[in-house]
Design a protein around this ligand. Structure first.
Ligand code: SAH
Length: 342
């Protein structure tokens, strides 16, 4: 395992095995979580020991291959090259409640949602825990902006990379590391039900977001293949179990697609099916993806949909679209770069 994927006790054990005292474990761990690029920067370690570490546990760090900053809202999008040459995207959004990074959890995705650019080339590989940590760390270092919130809403399906994602959460939450509160982290899934149940068992304080995008199986089946494996009733039952286990309200993401899922009857059906489940809706006008025929709903349709939900007792916000001038949504930058370079 890469040393930056190890927890503090694991780093300490590895270092004791190299014949060093335990306190060196914490020193190394702290340096790694500051985003050093080599052991040479760990100035409070003996030189000979730094050489042993460099040999046994090489430090990896991503390189910026593209960086785009929105002139409208300060959103910054990074395209990182990982140590094996694969690329992933991270987006830094500047909200008044804190700088938030949206990180990728996989290179590509195998979920096949019809509206999403990240899945077009399929899944290449899953990210290691330290690679997700690096997205947060190096975004903070490069931008020089302190990061206080994380959303797992970039490229990939986090629950399809379950163990690595959970390990990443532990790392980024650790007091000797970035110390980002679980309450400031949201994880978004297209609806992998067994993993939602598994996550509920861990009783983390993170927010769970579900990419719903439709009020029934007929509509979800058309745009989200995952619905065939875990239909809507099964998914909503899992959401109820998650709420019972964690007492945390479920966030639903709903990309508004013209003529597909944005009719009045769709909003009303949602109200019926979600009855009794504490929920919040994020309505997101679809970001147009070049390869897809799907189009965003009109402003009027979005506003009407929102009103029906709110009148029915479900809070719904229309997500401001940030970074519209910089391909800031869902795998678009990686897609563009890959196309240009092959
Ligand atoms: N795989 C996870 C994490 C990706 S999160 C999930 O499905 O939840 C990214 C969010 O953006 C998801 O809600 C996804 O459905 C949504 N999304 C993808 N493509 C989009 C597009 N073109 N316009 C608007 N939202 C999109």
């Amino acid at each position: 395992m890469n040393i930056k994927s190890m927890t503090l006790p694991e780093v300490t054990a590895a270092i004791k095995e190299l014949g060093q005292p335990a306190f060196r474990g914490k020193q190394v761990y702290t340096w790694l979580h500051k985003g050093v690029r080599s052991y040479e920067e760990m100035t409070n370690l003996p030189k000979a020991f730094r050489d042993v570490l460099a040999e046994k546990y090489p430090i990896r760090a991503p390189k910026v291959v593209r960086k785009q900053e929105s002139s409208r809202d300060g959103t910054i999008k990074y395209l990182w090259e990982l140590s094996d040459g694969n690329c992933v995207e991270t987006v830094l959004m500047r909200y008044n409640y804190g700088n938030t990074v949206c990180i990728s959890t996989e290179v590509g995705c195998r979920m096949g949602c019809a509206f999403c650019a990240s899945t077009i080339g399929g899944l290449v590989r899953r990210l290691e825990p330290y690679e997700m940590l690096d997205e947060v760390l190096f975004t903070q270092i490069d931008s020089d902006l302190p990061i206080s919130r994380i959303v797992l809403m970039g490229i990939g399906e986090p629950l399809d990379n379950f163990e690595n994602v959970l390990r990443f959460l532990e790392l980024v939450n650790s007091p000797e590391g970035m110390n980002i509160s679980m309450r400031h982290i949201s994880l978004s899934t297209c609806g992998l039900v067994p993993k939602i149940d598994e996550l509920a068992k861990r009783k983390l304080q993170i927010a769970l977001a579900i990419s719903l995008h439709g009020p029934n199986d007929e509509i979800r089946d058309k745009i989200m293949p995952v619905n065939k494996a875990y239909p809507m009733d099964v998914l909503l039952a899992a959401c109820r179990r998650y709420y019972d286990a964690t007492s945390r309200r479920i966030h639903f993401e709903y990309a508004m697609i013209d003529g597909v899922n944005d009719r009045e009857q769709d909003a009303k059906e949602l109200l019926r099916r979600l009855k009794g489940l504490p929920a919040h809706f994020n309505l997101i006008p679809l970001n147009h993806v070049e390869e897809s025929p799907l189009k965003p709903s009109s402003k009027a349709a979005v506003a009407k949909f929102q009103k029906i939900l709110e009148d029915g007792g479900i809070t719904a916000t229309v997500r401001r679209t940030l970074g519209g001038d910089i391909d800031a949504s869902c795998g678009q930058l990686r897609r563009k770069y890959t196309k240009e370079n092959h």
